[in-house]
Design a protein around this ligand. Structure first.
Ligand code: NAP
Length: 312
């Protein structure tokens, strides 16, 4: 049967590609199911300055293309399809995609995480019309805009604010607390940029505009005062949700939907491993995801040796 593999890797971010590289170099039959966003979150990122080996930085999509190429070089297969169901109740395990069903003696889950939204009806209506979760992708559409709002206080929000400050006349960061979560270096860069203003202790309660963004309604959480800030676009940078819906009731997960692992990458099912943002809610870096992908592949290799099952 052609559709049977030593290792099925679900997801194609840094964790998935690194797992594929290690498993393929171990001469295993490997397939990557790339998912709905091949390359993962880094495809939506601009310059990556903190991935070792690139002292001048590298564009996120270029980094992912290089990782893909390196995994392919050692014989991993890739399919541009989405996993929609898994069956871990019998071995080999089954992974169903929109178009096929694959069998795997081991499975590495590297499905990552998807952007979190504010959950407002107006937000949903205006996505793609000024509301976006990716400033590096969409901010260039708002060249010379009077004001762009960024929601959030983490590194993504600061990255978006700094990027957008090169494009718009003014950037307003709205954060629910009076302290940023972002790293010190990103905070310092944002604070020293005269175009970036901060609105503290405040949340966005509505986005104004019918078919394009005209402003946001903001509530100060300390005074309960509500006010409107006019703007041309809103970039939501409030973190991510692990992409684990197809593993519900099939693997142990925490309340937020992160897969629970022991010994770094082992899930509750033997031979099924997790790597990257799908289980790591603490570090969530490209480099840590890649490291976890490596660990998952090494554990998969060990597992296949233990159960004495290998195709190649
Ligand atoms: P994050 O660190 O989880 O920050 C999310 C931010 O959104 C927090 O400030 C949080 O507020 C706020 N938030 C969450 N839910 C909210 C809600 N419902 N309404 C309003 N605000 C809400 O996420 P991230 O910034 O995407 O970063 C994720 C990881 O990637 C981090 O480890 C980060 O270091 C890394 N990263 C690194 C870089 C870089 O190095 N250049 C760039 C981007 C991301 P609280 O602070 O109050 O919780």
């Amino acid at each position: 049967m052609n559709n049977i593999y030593d290792v099925i890797i679900i997801g194609s971010g840094p964790a998935g590609y690194t797992a594929a590289l290690y498993a393929a170099r171990a001469n295993l039959k490997v397939i990557i199911i790339a998912g709905s966003t091949p390359g993962g979150q880094l495809m939506l990122t601009g310059q990556v300055e903190n991935f070792p080996g690139f002292p001048d930085g590298i564009l996120g999509p270029e980094l992912m293309e290089r990782m893909r190429e390196q995994a392919m070089k050692f014989g991993a297969e890739i399919i541009y399809d989405e996993a929609i169901d898994v069956d871990f109740s019998s071995h080999p395990y089954k992974v169903k995609t929109l178009g096929e069903e694959y069998l795997g003696y081991s499975v590495i889950i590297a499905t990552g995480a998807a952007p979190r939204w504010l959950g407002l009806d107006s937000e949903k209506r205006l996505i793609g019309r000024g509301v976006s979760s990716c400033a590096t992708c969409d901010a260039p559409l708002f060249k010379n805009a009077e004001n762009i709002v960024i929601v959030g206080g983490g590194d993504s929000a600061m990255e978006y604010a700094l990027f957008t400050a090169n494009i718009a006349k003014k950037v307003t960061v709205i954060h629910r607390r009076d302290k940023l979560r972002a790293s010190k270096i990103m905070q310092e860069r944002a604070f020293s940029n005269p175009k970036i203003k901060f609105v503290w202790n405040s949340i966005v309660t509505d986005i104004i505009g019918q078919d394009r963004v005209e402003g946001v309604k903001v509530k100060n959480l300390q005074s309960n005062e509500e006010f409107i800030i006019q703007c041309n676009a809103v970039f939501v940078a409030i973190g991510h949700q692990p992409s684990t819906s197809i593993f519900k009731n099939k693997l142990e997960m925490d309340d937020d939907g992160h897969i629970i692992t022991r010994e770094f990458v082992k899930t509750s099912v033997p031979g099924v491993f997790a790597a990257g943002d799908v289980h790591d809610k603490k570090y969530r870096q490209a480099i840590t995801a890649a490291g976890l992908g490596c660990m998952a592949a090494l554990e998969a290799i060990r597992y296949l040796e233990e159960i004495k099952m290998k195709i190649k």
